[in-house]
Design a protein around this ligand. Structure first.
Ligand code: XUL
Ligand code: CO
Length: 439
């Protein structure tokens, strides 16, 4: 098999002083951080759709990047070439995992049975490559938003026939995920939402989405899938309102419909900011509910109101993300999927590598700095001390659930007037973070 990314070497760690554009400055796979090698803290994954398929098409113009890899596009030969390219790419970068939608892997045929045949064929080919290169599937999913039949959603569609097509795609995507040993299965409800309540039965649609997820869980478990199902929240785009608005909404939904034992959350950074939250907020909400599953590692642009899917470069963000991940005990089945794309004018093969080097280094540095914040200890101990009034006396009684409203009222009356709570010291804490980041 001939090399596709010719002239691009295996990317190695050279350290922060290196000026080599094809070297890591911070990602040193075997370096031990808090007792574990970096590569275990940071299970990086390549998103098949952005990296192997997307060419930079936008609403105003054609693609700029050539992803034909030298053969005719939308053929099975092209599908195989993408596999060759993907494994060479992951191998050169030391990326261990990948994520895919069904239709990223093959050209979708007119009939579902022909599409499924193509998926069987390509997954045989992928499986061989995975063994050869030692690569793994972080998660698989079905694209239930691209085909015109999903104009009104998949589980939430008004058409029962469309619901069945969604079920068929999910079944096959689960088959392939299990066949390839995938650790997760994602539901991103891009079209599970509405444009106007004038034509929408919201309760009916939510019940149907839950029913589809239950069918997926039952089937997945019956064929031996023991990984995590994920909801990937996003508030809007493409729909005006999406049901999985944010992490809190998705968790409420999962609990209401009895799906919370099988599902966790796949938090995407850019989706968090679209929902009006920080990335860190979404991670924390997932973590305190025991549902921090996986991460789509990208970055938005605060000046733009849509999902720009940039490669992450903001060290403050990656540090806070890794702080949340470390405090939650690290990843179990999840990882860091670069659901990110090169900017349209960065269209060459070299740019694809630069993007991953940027993202992997940004997360490696974030991990190093997050570990340093934890080891420094000042932030943690400040938070603990801030709630000290609950450690004894009336506070301890409240926490133990032993106080009554009358008792608390009497206590307050006796006190007359409480002292002001202790200072939040935000600026002091921010300066600690800066001093850890830049020391
Ligand atoms: C879209 C998005 C998806 C999901 C998988 O915003 O993030 O690519 O990650 O369907
Ligand atoms: Co995503």
């Amino acid at each position: 098999m001939s090399e596709i990314f010719t002239g691009i070497p295996k990317i190695k760690y050279e350290g922060p002083k290196s000026r080599n554009p094809f070297a890591f400055k911070y990602y040193d796979a075997e370096k031990i951080i808090l007792g574990k090698p970096m590569r275990e803290h940071l299970p990086f994954a390549m998103a098949w759709w952005h990296n192997m398929c997307a060419t930079g098409i936008d609403m105003f113009g054609k693609g700029t990047a050539d992803k034909s890899f030298g053969v005719e596009k939308d053929t099975m030969e092209h599908a195989r070439k993408k596999v060759d390219a993907a494994f060479e790419f992951m191998d050169k970068l030391g990326v261990e995992y990948f994520c895919f939608h069904d239709v990223d892997l093959i050209p979708e045929a007119d009939s579902i049975s022909e599409t499924n045949k193509r998926l069987d064929e390509i997954s045989d080919y992928i499986k061989v490559k995975m063994e050869q290169y030692g690569k793994k599937v972080l998660w698989g999913t079905a694209n239930l938003f691209g085909n015109p039949r999903y104009m009104n959603g998949a589980g939430s569609s008004n058409s029962a026939d469309v619901f069945c097509f969604a079920a068929a795609q999910i079944k096959k995507a689960l088959d392939i995920t299990v066949k390839l040993g995938g650790r997760g299965y994602v539901f991103w409800g891009g079209r599970e939402g509405y444009e106007t309540l004038l034509n929408t039965d919201m309760k009916f649609e939510l019940e149907n989405i839950a029913a589809l997820m239950h069918l997926a869980v039952d089937y997945g478990r019956s064929i031996g899938f023991d990984g995590d199902f994920y909801i990937e929240p996003k508030p809007k785009e493409p729909m005006k309102h999406q049901y999985d608005y944010d992490t809190a909404t998705a968790i409420g939904f999962l609990k209401q419909y009895g799906l919370d034992r099988d599902f966790k959350i796949n938090v995407e950074a850019n989706h968090a900011t679209l929902a009006g939250h920080t990335f860190r907020h979404e991670l924390r909400v997932a973590a305190i509910n025991g549902m921090l599953g996986s991460i789509d590692a990208n970055q938005g642009d605060l000046l733009l109101g849509w999902d720009t899917d940039e490669f992450p470069f903001d060290i403050y963000e990656t540090t806070m993300c890794m702080y949340e991940v470390l405090m939650a005990g690290g990843f179990k089945n999840g990882g860091l999927n670069f659901d990110a794309k090169n900017r349209r004018p960065s269209y060459t093969y070299e740019d694809m590598f630069h993007a991953f080097i940027l993202g992997m280094d940004a997360y490696a540095l974030g991990l190093i700095k997050a570990a340093a914040i934890i080891e420094d200890g000042r932030i943690d101990s400040f938070i603990n001390e801030r709630y000290a009034s609950y450690e004894s006396g009336i506070g301890a009684k409240i926490r133990a659930g032993e106080a009554t409203l009358e008792e608390l009222s009497e206590y307050a009356e006796k006190l007359g007037k409480p002292a002001l709570p202790s200072s939040g010291r935000q600026e002091y804490l921010e300066s600690i973070v800066n001093s850890v980041l830049f020391s």
